[in-house]
Each structure stands twice: as structure tokens, then as C-alpha cells.
Design a protein around this ligand. Structure first.
Ligand code: UD2
Length: 301
């Protein structure tokens, strides 16, 4: 997209900052972030940063004034935090999301929201299509499902162009911190020569999708006529955690042992996206295989 004024909430975070990077050369980009987990150094130079909380209507109003599109990526992304403190995560993940949708109505702006594979819980079929049953297993999943449904409803009720993108397991540069996901954990362990900790038997599978493919899905969502829909954003390929451990150990030429520890309570056994709707309707075609994505992470390219 070109010559638009856009707001990226959570634009200093992992996915939001990559999106800001991609948009900045050809658009006027604003970022709203409270830097609770995001980092200022992630934000490109030619972007207007509003330091503020997405829960704060005044900050949001300032950041959203006159925008054409809002990419809503501000969230408490930790599933375990949402289990420990459901109301606190609900305030950011759902209450603030409603503020964003309302603000978009005021501005007559398109909204692309970050939804999640968490809406499916234990998927009722594999690969899981968008039409499958939604049965989240955490407050985080309930919050993302409600957001995803509100986005659809705002299109139906108020004719607001909205798109919900259901991300599967995202990975890539700048993913860090205690809740950052298995790939960044394994990479750190392998680089430090420490044991790579597989939880459970390691035969559980995930659909790992590189952040640059996620950015491409967002850019498609920014222009599609097929609004009011949710789209899976994955690769369609599932990889076991055991395979992942080996790929990472090989790519880093690490001598870390691969060890097993207790499995995570309530862990999803298998997760994988049916991306046929996303391909057909958004023209989305993931480009980065897991091997390639991990190699580029290791090489820092
Ligand atoms: C992902 C998302 C989460 C939510 C959810 C939806 C990430 C980081 N999290 O959670 O936000 O959308 O999907 O279902 O993308 N594991 C190990 N060793 C470790 C760490 C993890 O074996 O040191 C295993 C873990 O037990 C699980 C798998 O790796 O089976 C993936 O764990 P995760 O935390 O990266 O992501 P997930 O799928 O639980």
C-alpha cells in the first residue's frame, strides 16, 4: 500500500514493528505503544511514535486522528499471564480492542486485527479451516475470539471494513522475552550450549510462520474487498517439537543435548492451519520455509 496514513498499535513489538518497517517507506506511519514489552529501537526512524497505552482513549484518539487504516497489534501475548490474571489481560486484549474499533468508526478507517490460532483451542480437524469450531482453552483465546467476532460484527452492523488474521506460531527477529515462544527459547539454549528443553514427548506439532509472511498477509488484508472475514495465517505445514529441536541444533552447529521435561499442562497436541481461504481470497502465499527462516535467524540476515 502507498500514500496512506496508518496506525500500528503495538508497533514497537515483535510483529507490529516489522509491519511498521514494511509500511514506512511509502506511507505516513504512526505507532502507538506503551513499551511494556516493545522496544523503541525496534521502531524505524521515519515513524511518529505516540507513547501511550491502547487502553487510554485520549492516547488512542491522538494516534488515530485522520488515519486510513489501523493495524491492531497491541496485546498481552502471554497465555499464562492471561490464566493468572484474566481481567488484566482482558482490559488490553478486549476492552482496548473495542476502543480501537470505535475509534476506527469515528475515522472511517479500515481495521486489521491480530487474532490467533488460540481461538480453535484443541482443533476439531487438521488442518483447521476458519469454519471449524472455536473452543479456546485460555482467557487469551477467549479474548482473541471475542475480538475476532467483534471485527466481523463491526463490518456487518456498521459497514466498517475489518479483517481478522488468525496467526499460528509466529517467529522471527525481535521475538524475545519470557513469553516469546519455543523457537527463540531453543535458539538461545543452542547458542549458549545449554540443554534444549523439549516439553513432553516432543511429538506435538505446530505450524510455524515467519514474521515476514505475517507482514505480507497484513498488506493483503489492507486492500482486500473481502472484508468482515477471518483468515488463517500459517504455512499449512506442521513440524514436531522434536524435529524443531534438531533443525535448530543443526543450524547453530551446537553440541547442546536435547532433553525432555514434563509436558505443559493443557498443551495443544497438534496445530496446523488450512490456508486455502487465505490463499484464494487474499492471494497469500507463504514464502519462508522453517529451515530457511531459522537459517536466516541464525545468520542474522
Ligand atoms: C502459541 C502462541 C500463543 C497462542 C497459542 C494458540 C507463541 C509464542 N504462542 O502458543 O500466543 O496463540 O499458540 O494456541 O506463538 N515447548 C517446549 N520447550 C520449550 C518451550 C515450548 O517443548 O522450552 C513446547 C510447548 O510445550 C508447546 C510448543 O513447544 O508444545 C509450542 O510452545 P509455544 O509456547 O512456543 O507456543 P504455543 O503453541 O503454546
Amino acid at each position: 500500500i502507498c500514500d496512506k496514513t496508518v496506525l500500528v498499535t503495538g508497533g514497537a513489538g515483535f510483529i507490529g514493528s516489522h509491519l511498521a518497517d514494511a509500511l514506512a517507506p511509502h506511507n505516513e506511519v504512526r505507532v502507538l505503544d506503551n513499551f511494556s514489552s516493545g522496544d523503541r529501537s525496534n521502531v524505524p526512524d521515519n515513524v511518529t511514535v505516540v507513547e501511550g497505552d491502547v487502553r487510554d482513549p485520549i492516547a488512542l484518539q491522538e494516534a488515530a486522528r485522520g488515519v486510513d487504516i489501523i493495524f491492531h497489534h497491541a496485546a498481552v501475548v502471554s497465555v499464562s499471564q492471561s490464566v493468572d490474571a484474566p481481567r488484566a489481560s482482558n482490559e488490553t486484549n478486549l476492552d482496548a480492542s473495542l476502543l480501537v474499533l470505535e475509534q476506527a468508526r469515528q475515522e472511517d478507517a479500515r481495521v486489521v486485527v491480530a487474532s490467533s490460532a488460540a481461538v480453535y483451542g484443541h482443533p476439531s480437524e487438521l488442518p483447521v479451516p476458519e469454519t471449524a469450531a472455536t473452543d479456546p482453552t485460555s482467557p487469551y483465546g477467549v479474548q482473541k475470539l471475542a475480538l475476532d467476532q467483534y471485527a466481523r460484527l463491526y463490518e456487518e452492523l456498521y459497514d466498517l471494513p475489518t479483517v481478522a488474521l488468525r496467526y499460528f506460531n509466529a517467529y522471527g527477529p525481535r521475538q524475545q522475552g519470557p513469553y516469546s515462544g519455543v523457537i527463540s527459547t531453543f535458539l538461545e539454549q543452542a547458542r549458549a550450549g545449554e540443554p534444549i528443553t523439549v516439553e513432553g514427548d516432543g511429538e506435538q506439532t505446530r505450524d510455524f510462520v515467519h514474521v515476514s509472511d505475517i507482514v505480507r498477509a497484513n498488506l493483503r488484508a489492507a486492500t482486500t474487498d473481502a472484508v468482515g472475514n477471518a483468515y488463517n495465517v500459517g504455512t499449512g505445514t506442521r513440524t514436531s517439537i522434536n524435529e524443531l529441536a534438531t533443525i535448530i541444533r543443526d543450524a547453530t552447529e551446537s553440541s547442546s543435548p536435547i532433553v525432555h521435561r514434563e509436558s505443559r499442562q493443557g498443551d495443544i497436541r497438534h496445530s496446523g492451519a488450512d490456508i486455502s481461504r487465505t490463499k484464494r481470497t487474499l492471494g497469500f502465499d507463504p514464502r519462508i520455509s522453517l529451515e530457511c527462516g531459522i537459517r536466516s535467524l541464525v545468520e542474522g540476515t
